[in-house]
Design a protein around this ligand. Structure first.
Ligand SMILES: [Fe+2]
Length: 211
């Protein structure tokens, strides 16, 4: 456990008022939840630092172990929400860049197959996230289901498109059985400029090895 609390995280500001199909009230509540993750991340980090300083950092110390486990949930909850809000924009006009389209085609066959799969992941029962990741080692793209923020993230992969499908993301605007309508609204609000920038920043470190 690194000692990090001297540089606490500061909640980022997102100006997203006016999204299609995702109300300002939902955004207000959701951004409040995000700030809670930032506060908890800072609080747990501070608690762990105090334990380290007090000589209580031990795997046999249940308090240390529990706070350490909770840090993964809060930390990933903070970061994934920043990716989520960061890939939304009122009245977006951008499209996937030619380079991103090429990578989507190479990995899925076509954009339509990718999007059908992305929505299939998002429609899975339960709370979680649907995320399009890029493998930095091969450049390959793949969709993943992440439960409880910290569970299911492929190690080292770069999140490109992040969709929150916890019920708090849509329950004010849609019924529980209308998650697909929320997902359509999410997709209509995707800021592909932001996704393109993430993709550009995730250059392949080495090509895939041919079988
Ligand atoms: Fe959320």
């Amino acid at each position: 456990m690194a000692l990090l609390s001297s540089v606490p995280y500061k909640a980022r500001e997102f100006n997203l008022s006016g999204l299609q199909g995702i109300s300002d009230k939902t955004l207000e509540i959701h951004l409040g939840l995000y700030k809670g993750y930032v506060e908890q991340t800072n609080r747990l980090t501070e608690q762990l630092e105090q334990m380290v300083r007090a000589g209580q950092a031990s795997g046999a110390n249940p308090a240390y172990a529990e706070v350490t486990r909770r840090l993964g949930f809060e930390y990933d909850g903070m970061i994934l929400h920043e990716y989520y809000f960061g890939n939304l924009k009122p009245q977006p006009s951008a499209q996937p860049s030619p380079e991103l389209r090429q990578a989507i085609d190479a990995s899925f066959g076509s954009y339509d197959v990718f999007m059908t799969d992305f929505k299939a992941v998002g429609s899975m029962r339960g709370i979680g996230w649907a995320i399009l990741f890029q493998d930095p080692m091969t450049g390959k793209l793949s969709n993943h289901w992440i439960t409880l923020h910290q569970d299911g993230n492929p190690a080292g992969f770069k999140p490109l498109l992040v969709m929150d499908v916890w019920e708090h993301a849509y329950l004010l605007d849609y019924k529980p059985a209308e998650k697909s309508r929320y997902m359509e609204a999410f997709i209509a609000n995707v800021d592909w400029d932001a996704v393109n920038r993430r993709f550009s920043a995730a250059a392949a470190e080495r090509p895939a090895v041919a079988a």
